[in-house]
Design a protein around this ligand. Structure first.
Ligand code: HEM
Ligand code: HEM
Length: 179
């Protein structure tokens, strides 16, 4: 059994992921409180710092952490979605194309929320910047729900526990991935 397990997510990716979950959630729940503004700002900067690290790790990290292993165009996305309707949905060891597109958007929105938060905090831009900040944060929250739903659906579809893999780093090797 042990032999058919393969390490997919390296330690930095896993630590990045769960710290991102904590800091994003923390920034969100402290957002409306005047008293907790400092906490909000620190957590917001933590989100930005984590994303900056992840962009670097997308170039120099291990195989499945690198963007080159999950850079999918619209065609790959459409092919993957179509395969979900068949009896043999396509399986990926790393991020699948649908998950990858949600991840691209999560990262973009996280950077937008962080940057507009910085601007708001430093009185750059005024009212519209505040609106943009709140809008980016809310859009990100919506996508987090899509992300978690996708993780659950994908886990059921491929009969594998993706959440457990994001904790341990390991996945079961499928037949279609020999070697
Ligand atoms: C709360 C905010 C969340 C954010 C911003 C977020 C963001 C992300 C990002 C950026 C990745 C890509 C990981 C990488 O390659 O570095 C990812 C992957 C993943 N996330 Fe989340 N995530 C969140 C919550 C969650 C939660 C609550 C769960 C568990 C239920 C979860 C489960 C996963 C899993 C399993 C993967 C790997 C998916 C795969 O196998 O392709 N995430 N997430
Ligand atoms: C990246 C993660 C972040 C998230 C998810 C987030 C989320 C939010 C949300 C939802 C609000 C609106 C609160 C309301 O309803 O009034 C807000 C307000 C605010 N955020 Fe952030 N934020 C983030 C990062 C930052 C950063 C990095 C800073 C500063 C450097 C910051 C500074 C502020 C300030 C000053 C406000 C109050 C704006 C106002 O007066 O309406 N945020 N944030």
């Amino acid at each position: 059994m042990e032999k058919s397990m393969i390490r997919v997510w390296d330690l930095p990716v896993r630590i990045f992921h769960w710290l991102l979950v904590l800091s994003f959630t923390g920034a969100f729940v402290t957002a409306e409180s005047e008293r907790l503004r400092d906490v909000h700002v620190v957590l917001g900067y933590t989100v930005l710092g984590l994303l900056a690290f992840r962009l670097v790790w997308a170039v120099v990290g291990t195989r499945y952490a690198r963007l080159s292993s999950f850079a999918f165009g619209p065609r790959a996305l459409a092919d993957y979605l179509r395969s979900l309707l068949t009896t043999r949905p396509r399986h990926y060891l790393g991020h699948n194309p649908a998950g990858s597109w949600v991840i691209y958007l999560l990262v973009l929105l996280g950077i937008t929320a962080g940057a507009t938060g910085y601007a708001t905090y430093n009185d750059i831009g005024g009212e519209w910047m505040e609106d943009l900040h709140e809008g980016a944060a809310n859009a990100m929250l919506t996508l987090v729900f899509v992300h978690v739903a996708g993780v659950i659906v994908s886990s059921l579809l491929h009969r594998e526990n993706l959440v457990k893999s994001m904790v341990t780093g390991y996945k079961l090797r499928h037949d279609e991935h020999p070697g």
